[in-house]
Design a protein around this ligand. Structure first.
Ligand code: C5P
Length: 402
């Protein structure tokens, strides 16, 4: 069954340039089975036409609080009750401020006060406006009220600035909207997830690291949260925002990640080692910056092995259900299964990093999943879709074990 089957979504569009993407957003939500009604603010009408939105949604667009005709068709209170989710995309600084302060001076702001459905917003604005203290304080207020903040993303903006403030891609918004309808199969469970690379210091200014983006680990944290788990995310340095509701523990080196992991894993139900941990660290970190020597073209670094975090978690007396990842360039299944046994894991997820369209740094992934006696395939898809499937498999295996 499609994940949004028969879900009633009010897509509310406010006046930002990203509004031009919303007819496509309506189509994608409908493809996933949702019933979508569109609300437009006055300024949104300057960016996208009611007629297009009516054509793709199959409903007349609602744009006025005081229109007798519209109130006859479906009044604003009725619409507020009809919705299973109100998704505001794009959400301008203005609607964010109005929501934070409880204004009710047009159809959308009134709807938001009158609904008991969850509200999600996809902010889109100039990066300076996003960073403005007023906007950030308003966002903090909305987070406190359990309003989900989807994004914003970073990149080039319509005004020519570069930075945070782009509306998330349509696909990402659809995928994040599913979180409100995911069965809460993990309530009462604590999942600990490692993500990203580690940094192994050479001296005060240099380090050894790798290209892990952390996207898969963060997607897993989001998927576990969606299913109702309490999530601790132990993350190496990445350029990602932690999912709302996750307990984020920032670490840098493998030793720090090891210490935090062992501390938290003792009380966890599930431990997922998704981080790309450096296998070796520099034996003695120089106290001062190492100088370049003109008379010697070579230099040696003495490396020592880092502890294997996931293997140490799997060796705990109070061992959580322990999941590892295997990034391989050949003999993926064989190496993964060997790793499962050697590290005493309950489940391993293997990806073929030799393929350029998946794995490290990509937005997509495909996984082969192994337990001691079972095997599953998760086909190539966005990391959030893959993460949702992997979380379902882990949850089922953990249940079977108990
Ligand atoms: O042995 P290999 O590095 O290929 O194993 C990968 C798996 O082991 C991943 O789940 C990774 O997070 C975990 N790992 C770890 N600590 C290390 C090295 C790898 O937890 N020092």
């Amino acid at each position: 069954m499609k994940i949004l089957q028969d879900k009633k979504i009010v897509l509310a569009i406010t006046g930002g340039i990203a509004a031009y993407k919303t007819p496509e957003l309506v189509r994608r939500l409908k493809e996933q089975g949702a019933d979508v009604r569109v609300v437009l603010t006055a300024s949104a009408k300057a960016f996208v036409s009611s007629l297009s939105l009516q054509a793709v949604s199959g409903y007349a667009v609602a744009d006025s609080l005081l229109d007798p005709q519209a109130e006859l068709a479906m009044g604003h209170i009725e619409l507020a009750k009809w919705a299973d989710l109100i998704l505001i995309a794009p959400a301008t600084a203005n609607i964010i401020a109005k929501l934070a302060h409880g204004l009710a001076d047009d159809l959308l702001s009134t709807l938001c006060l009158a609904t008991s459905a969850p509200i999600a917003i996809a902010p889109a604005m100039n990066q300076q406006m996003w960073h403005a203290p007023a906007t950030q304080e308003n966002i903090a207020t909305l987070i406190n009220r359990q309003i989900a903040i989807l994004g914003p993303g970073a990149g080039e903006q319509a005004c020519g600035d570069v930075g945070l403030g782009r509306m998330l891609d349509v696909d990402e918004l659809v995928s994040l909207s599913t979180q409100f309808f995911t069965p809460k199969i993990l309530t009462e469970q604590h999942w600990v997830i490692t993500a990203g690379p580690t940094r192994e210091a050479i001296d005060p200014v240099r380090y050894i690291s790798n290209h892990s983006s952390g996207k898969m680990g963060y997607a897993l944290a989001q998927a576990a949260l969606n299913a109702g788990a309490k999530v601790s995310l132990i993350s190496g340095p990445v350029a990602l925002t932690a999912p709302q509701g996750a307990h984020l523990i920032n670490v840098s080196s493998a030793l720090e990640m090891h210490q935090q992991s062992l501390m938290l894993a003792e009380q966890a139900d599930v431990f997922i080692a998704c981080a790309a941990v450096a296998d070796y660290r520099v034996a003695e970190v120089a106290k001062q910056k190492i100088k370049k020597h003109d008379d010697n073209d070579n230099m040696q670094l003495n490396l020592v092995k880092n502890p294997d975090i996931v293997a140490d978690v799997a060796a705990l007396t109070a061992k959580p259900f322990t999941v590892g990842f295997a990034a391989e360039t050949q003999k993926v299944a064989q190496y993964a299964q060997e790793k499962l046994i050697r590290k005493n894991l309950d489940l391993i997820a293997a990806n073929d990093v030799a393929q350029s369209n998946q794995g490290f740094n990509s937005d997509n992934n495909a996984l082969q999943v192994f337990t001691r006696d079972q095997q599953f395939e998760i086909p190539l898809a966005s990391k959030s879709k893959v993460a949702a499937q992997l979380v379902t498999i882990i949850a089922a295996q953990n249940n079977n074990k108990g």
